[in-house]
Write a protein that binds this ligand. Structure first.
Ligand SMILES: [Mg+2]
Ligand SMILES: [Zn+2]
Length: 272
């Protein structure tokens, strides 16, 4: 294991658009969406839109078909597979919803690469209608973070992820995102961690305003090709650093061929 947890935002990070906007636009409901946008929180509006689309006769199959056509940069899938092959623990932290994310990941053949999806819950009810709910129940227990929308504070969730990993495992985080909602978790990363904000997107502007507020090392990226290059380079650099860290001075390196092309480096004590 590389000792690295990679946390991906989903919309405009893994996929190249916003899945909510994509679905609403592709199913011809943009005007209604825009009309209602200022009357309720985004997440509640998406549940309302699913209701509207259902009453217009749009089925779950229609929704799945639209989601399968979602734009993604051709280098993102290989980047995710490479990060996984290098031993990283991959997770998603997204303000979309579970049904959209799982449908798209399954279609891309990526579902099993992620150990965890943190997002707004959603399910298809007995009428065949998709219901979408907030991650935090803001009526019962508001999260109290002024940076984040009422349904989800990604900073709180990244803290929960940090707390779920024993400190002695010494895991280092790489966080990738584009939106203003990705700023709060970026602030919670620690000084051995890394944040990858998408250049010229809201989180990048927020970070650039005062980079001294960010303890993690900042590595920007602009498109899927860049994401792949920066991410894999970071993982390799961290892995090399960690490996050299664990090799005491009186040990020598021995390289063992494991299977075919795979090579494992192991520290062995020097014989006296
Ligand atoms: Mg995003
Ligand atoms: Zn927050």
């Amino acid at each position: 294991m590389a000792g690295i947890v990679v946390v991906f935002d989903f919309d405009k990070t893994i996929i190249d658009c916003d899945s909510d906007n994509w679905l609403v636009d592709e199913l011809g409901a943009t005007d209604l969406f825009n009309h209602l946008l200022h009357t309720m929180p985004w997440n509640s509006l998406m549940d309302r839109m699913m209701n509207e689309l259902h009453s217009q006769g749009k089925t779950i199959e229609d929704i799945i078909e639209v989601l399968k056509r979602i734009p993604i940069h051709p280098r993102v899938v290989p980047a995710i597979k490479a990060a996984h092959a290098l031993g990283c623990d991959l997770r998603i932290l997204s303000d979309a919803n579970l049904f959209f994310i799982e449908t798209i990941l399954k279609h891309l053949g990526l579902r099993e690469y992620f150990s965890q999806i943190n997002t707004n819950p959603s399910y298809v009810n007995e009428e065949g209608k998709l219901r979408i709910f907030p991650y935090h129940d803001f009526n019962k227990a508001p999260h109290g973070c002024s940076l984040c929308p009422p349904n989800m504070c990604k900073g709180l969730i990244i803290e929960r992820i940090q707390d779920s990993i024993p400190l002695e495992e010494n895991k280092r985080f790489i966080y990738l995102g584009d939106g203003s909602g990705d700023y709060c978790p970026s602030l919670r990363l620690r000084d051995r961690d890394f944040v990858m904000p998408r250049k010229n997107f809201p989180v990048w502007y927020l970070i650039c305003k005062d980079p001294s507020l960010i303890k993690a090392e900042i590595h920007e990226w602009s498109d899927g090709e860049d994401l792949e290059r920066v991410l894999i380079q970071l993982i390799n650099t961290i892995s090399m650093e960690e490996n050299s860290h664990f090799i005491p001075a009186d040990c020598k390196l021995q390289t063992i061929a494991v299977s075919g092309h795979e090579v494992l480096s192991q520290a062995l004590p020097v014989q006296q």
